[in-house]
Design a protein around this ligand. Structure first.
Ligand SMILES: *[C@@H]1O[C@H](CO)[C@@H](O)[C@H](O)[C@H]1NC(C)=O
Ligand SMILES: *[C@@H]1O[C@H](CO)[C@@H](O)[C@H](O)[C@H]1NC(C)=O
Ligand SMILES: *[C@@H]1O[C@H](CO)[C@@H](O)[C@H](O)[C@H]1NC(C)=O
Ligand SMILES: *[C@@H]1O[C@H](CO)[C@@H](O)[C@H](O)[C@H]1NC(C)=O
Ligand SMILES: *[C@@H]1O[C@H](CO)[C@@H](O)[C@H](O)[C@H]1NC(C)=O
Ligand SMILES: *[C@@H]1O[C@H](CO)[C@@H](O)[C@H](O)[C@H]1NC(C)=O
Ligand SMILES: *[C@@H]1O[C@H](CO)[C@@H](O)[C@H](O)[C@H]1NC(C)=O
Ligand SMILES: *[C@@H]1O[C@H](CO)[C@@H](O)[C@H](O)[C@H]1NC(C)=O
Ligand SMILES: *[C@@H]1O[C@H](CO)[C@@H](O)[C@H](O)[C@H]1NC(C)=O
Ligand SMILES: *[C@@H]1O[C@H](CO)[C@@H](O)[C@H](O)[C@H]1NC(C)=O
Length: 256
């Protein structure tokens, strides 16, 4: 019954569009507040990224955490990715998917709280990885759930039909860098996305892809799992060239 979603880039959507349910590319779960973000399954059934490392998303601390579980690949539409995201902010927490976090664009999934009510909202945006600018982007997301407890924002959502090989043939269709961060909200205007953590590139369909296989400190086993909590912004700013048009061309498809 859903209309086919189209990846709109740019000006069609008013940037400060009020946050309402029923934005056509977004659909909420019936049990909207049944959110339970924990470390259960991390490294086994879910790929987890976090800052600080191994922090507890079920507690009250400043734990920035995301987990992702991938459905089976379903060519040609792509893979469904089921995310859980948790962080602390008076504005929003966000997760970005990028083919390359220093060029092209990231698809951003934002979970936020409306400061005047403490109510939950969800949005999708596009981030320009070279200048960090955010623009509205309509990306189909389903089964959205969210909860706000003080400064803690928790949410779960499904991103259907992800396929990163449309513009890049040499990697798995589910290999992305994952960006995590927070940002402020001024009225209904989103402030800048402050990236705290860039993980990967990781195959998000492999729960253990960022779990060191060899605990020995003498190896480079953790190299692919490197998180860059600091210095990331300056790296991003230093690549103002070499733009590819919309590198992250996630295929957006209809499905019933
Ligand atoms: C949500 O509720 C509606 C009506 O109550 C029902 O028809 C629909 O199947 C429910 N969806 C899910 C995913 O449970
Ligand atoms: C949340 O998930 C954990 C781990 O799966 C489980 O032990 C706990 O009972 C769940 N809590 C709720 C409220 O569902
Ligand atoms: C988190 O805070 C809530 C209320 O603010 C409290 O009820 C709960 O026990 C706290 N949980 C932990 C793990 O500290
Ligand atoms: C991803 O897209 C490529 C090229 O469009 C296609 O060949 C491939 O089957 C797709 N993979 C999945 C899992 O959808
Ligand atoms: C990402 O892009 C930068 C700059 O364009 C390039 O130097 C780097 O090799 C790319 N990284 C990957 C993993 O492709
Ligand atoms: C990203 O920003 C750069 C520098 O401002 C600009 O040249 C480029 O067109 C932007 N890319 C996209 C996809 O908007
Ligand atoms: C918030 O927006 C208002 C109106 O646009 C502006 O006057 C104010 O300076 C902004 N506050 C911050 C902290 O950016
Ligand atoms: C917060 O709620 C107010 C009042 O309903 C609304 O005007 C504003 O746009 C909302 N802000 C966001 C970010 O949803
Ligand atoms: C961005 O986040 C870092 C923590 O990851 C924090 O130290 C810094 O103050 C934040 N910057 C802004 C402008 O909020
Ligand atoms: C791919 O999407 C189309 C259009 O929504 C749908 O008809 C088809 O069943 C999907 N294919 C798979 C394998 O999910």
């Amino acid at each position: 019954m859903e209309r086919g979603a189209i990846l709109l880039v740019a000006a069609v959507v008013v940037f400060v569009a009020p946050v309402v349910r029923g934005t056509s590319h977004l659909s909420f779960a019936n049990d909207t507040q049944q959110v339970n973000v924990t470390r259960a399954g991390c490294g086994v059934t879910a790929l987890c990224v976090d800052q600080p490392g191994a922090c507890d998303p079920a507690g009250n601390g400043t734990c920035l955490f995301a987990s992702v579980v991938a459905g089976p690949p379903a060519a040609p539409n792509g893979t469904d990715l089921y995310f859980k995201l948790r962080g602390t902010s008076k504005g929003y927490v966000a997760l970005g998917l990028a083919v390359n976090a220093t060029e092209g664009t990231s698809e951003l999934f934002l979970c936020g709280q409306n400061s005047s009510h403490g109510t939950f909202f969800f949005r999708t945006m596009q981030r320009n990885n070279t200048n960090a600018a955010l623009t509205p982007a309509e990306r189909r997301v389903t089964q959205i759930r969210g909860l706000v407890r003080g400064d803690v924002i928790e949410c779960e959502f499904n991103v259907p039909g992800v396929n990163a090989t449309d513009t890049r043939s040499s990697h798995a269709t589910t290999t992305f860098s994952i960006l995590l961060g927070t940002g402020p909200l001024n009225g209904s205007t989103l402030g800048p996305f402050n990236v705290s953590l860039i993980s990967g590139p990781l195959n998000v369909a492999d729960p253990s892809s960022n779990v060191p296989t060899t605990p020995s400190p003498a190896t480079n086993a953790t190299a692919t799992a490197t998180a860059t909590p600091s210095g990331a912004s300056s790296v991003l700013l230093s690549h103002a060239l070499l733009l590819l048009p919309s590198v992250l061309a996630l295929s957006v498809t209809q499905s019933a």
